[in-house]
Design a protein around this ligand. Structure first.
Ligand SMILES: *Cc1c(COP(=O)(O)O)cnc(C)c1O
Length: 424
């Protein structure tokens, strides 16, 4: 079936007389007839639910739809995109280990890796996603446990060469983890290009209405942990906290990664998405294919308009023929990329701030990827502690405006931009 149909029906197939909409299991706990029966769940001998800190049927239904959309074997929801990326990496990398990551990843993820996970004893080497093969090769160490990148970087809009990064990871016996938040599985299917684990901030297009923070992890089921057993003892050796379960053996390639993340990381960290929020994500997913089409159509029109404007210094959008990532986007995201456009306002920082203040439809917000158009001037908000030189080094020029095109009329968005430029 087409992914459009999966977006509507995936993950949930009600039986005779059952609700057509995904039920919200608003319950902390489940009742059992005997302690022995519940004990089997605690030993991972039987699958089932007992406490929502670890798992909840509403979440699992929505995760199953996301797994189908990505073409994965198993998935789980997390409380945020940050939690998804943390779990995805921490599930296979511990103190003393090392990770190779693209330098253009989302600022929140960069901070999670470079500051917080570094404090946990995990080392990161950040590589320019356009680096030479030799540079990429030299980033690996004997203790490297995975490679991490974003299929479409937020906000740099760099299109990752997924095949190249997957090949590099696999030649070192480690998986490639990619954050596929911006294109969504409807516009990029990283597993088909060799990615092993896919993460999402469901907060963005999947929820799509700016209503709920959440994340997801999808496992392809393709990475053979046992073939590199010495690198991944957490999956290939007995887990004493579950009476010696060996995830890669007892749950198979399809379920090992997600079962371990649920049984250990959800149990201990509890970064679970609330079933109510999972329901909102589920509602969002039902119209994801329609909304993405409009987000992309609007962004394309806005980017083309901006490209011809005298008060615009530069435009970055992978759907523009002039964009440096156009060709690669055609390969990995042939039906369009996302609704986010970055551009520079002629006259720099001060003019960019002024321009944004004059917008009437586009709202100033730190968000991206919801139904309402919003914009951000990183130099005066999220990155305001940096000097102009530091901003340029981080790939964020002082004149940069990040515009997340919503699903309004493109004509109204362009008129809004036009009137804002006219008044500065
Ligand atoms: C927003 C975002 C995140 C973080 O997700 P939260 O849901 O805000 O925790 C991670 N990766 C990308 C690409 C994002 O855009």
């Amino acid at each position: 079936m087409s992914l459009d149909t999966t977006a509507v029906h995936g993950g949930y197939h009600p039986g005779n007389g059952e609700p057509r909409q995904v039920p919200i299991y608003q319950s902390t706990t489940w009742r059992y007839e005997s302690s022995a029966e519940m004990g089997k769940l605690f030993d991972l001998e039987k699958s089932g639910y007992f406490y929502t800190r670890l798992a909840n049927p509403t979440n699992d239904t929505v995760a199953a739809k996301i797994a189908e959309l990505e073409g994965g074997s198993a998935a789980m929801l997390t409380s945020s995109g940050q939690a998804a990326n943390f779990f995805a990496v921490f599930n296979i990398a511990s103190s003393g280990d090392h990770v190779v990551a693209a330098s253009t990843i989302y600022g929140g993820t960069y901070n999670l890796f470079a500051v917080t996970m570094k404090r946990m004893g995990i080392d990161f080497t950040f590589v320019d996603p356009e680096c030479s093969d030799e540079e990429l090769e030299s980033a690996f160490r004997p203790n490297t446990k995975c490679v991490f990148g974003e299929t479409l970087a937020n906000p740099a809009l760099v299109v990752l060469d997924i095949e190249r990064f997957a090949h590099a990871a696999h030649s070192h016996g480690v998986p490639l983890i990619v954050d596929n938040t911006f294109p969504t599985p409807l516009h990029c299917r990283p597993i088909e290009w060799g990615a092993d684990i896919v993460t999402h901030s469901t907060t963005k297009y999947m929820d799509g209405h700016g209503a709920s923070v959440g994340g997801a992890i999808v496992d392809s089921g393709n990475f053979d942990w046992m073939a590199h057993a010495d690198k991944f003892p957490g999956l290939t050796e007995p887990d004493d906290s579950y009476h010696g379960v060996v995830y890669a053996k007892d749950f198979g390639l399809e379920a090992a990664f997600i079962t371990k993340a649920t049984a250990q990381l959800m149990r201990d960290f509890g970064a679970i998405q609330s079933p109510q929020n999972a329901f909102y994500v589920s509602l969002g997913l039902e119209s994801l294919h329609l909304r993405m089409e409009r987000h992309i159509e609007n962004a394309q029109k806005v980017a083309e308009y901006l490209e011809g404007h005298e008060k615009v210094a530069w435009v970055r959008y992978p759907g523009l023929k002039s964009d440096q990532y156009y060709e690669r986007a055609q390969k990995y995201m042939p039906n369009g990329t996302c609704g986010v456009v970055s551009f520079g306002v002629e006259g720099g920082r001060e003019k960019a701030e002024k321009f944004m203040g004059k917008l009437k439809v586009a709202q100033i917000a730190t968000h991206v990827a919801d139904a309402r158009t919003c914009c951000l001037h990183p130099a005066s908000s999220t990155h305001r502690q940096m000097s102009d030189d530091e901003l340029v080094a981080a790939g964020i020029s002082p004149d940069l405006v990040r515009l997340s095109c919503g699903i309004e009329s493109a004509d109204d968005l362009i008129s809004d931009i036009e009137q804002a430029f006219a008044s500065i």
